[in-house]
Design a protein around this ligand. Structure first.
Ligand SMILES: [Zn+2]
Length: 160
């Protein structure tokens, strides 16, 4: 599939009617592969370390950060429980395909799903940046609480 076709496909996911613009933008960068993850900084000669700032176990790249990282999975699992999404967590690629397939449909439930997923992506990237630049770590359950609280507040106050 061409890059253009990929971008069109992802745009159906990130540009939800209710998704906050800052969350949409972050998700857009993720799916365009434009976030400056450690693997890209190594390619540019800016750093020589590629350790994931969230789990500190694996090389950091976009696929790992949002689709495979054990820390990210803890947060996404909490969101999925809230939304009553059941899927096979043993296969991250398959799980995401199911989620994206759902996001390409219409309806209120799907719009809410997009809101929560985009908020989760945004807060995981923010946590990654905080850890990288200040060393301060926030637990996965606190990130999850932030996502849920912010999303609930946004939905309640924007669409009454
Ligand atoms: Zn990781």
């Amino acid at each position: 599939m061409s890059n253009h076709a990929n971008r069109v496909k992802w745009s159906r996911y990130v540009w939800g009617a209710w998704v906050q613009p800052k969350h949409s933008f972050c998700s857009w960068l993720v799916f365009c592969g434009s976030l400056l993850t450690e693997d890209k900084l190594i390619q540019r000669g800016i750093t020589d370390s590629s350790k994931c700032h969230l789990c500190e176990q694996h090389r950091e790249n976009t696929k790992h950060l949002f689709f495979e990282c054990s820390f990210s999975k803890q947060v996404f699992t909490g969101v999925k429980v809230l939304l009553s999404i059941t899927s096979d967590t043993r296969n991250a690629n398959w799980e995401w395909k199911i989620l994206f397939a759902q996001c390409c449909r219409g309806g209120v439930v799907v719009e809410i799903l997009k809101v929560y997923i985009s908020a989760t992506v945004y807060h995981l990237w923010a946590e990654r940046n905080t850890r990288k630049h200040s060393g301060k770590k926030t637990a996965a359950r606190i990130i999850l609480e932030k996502v849920l609280k912010e999303t609930k507040f946004y939905l309640q106050h924007s669409y009454q």
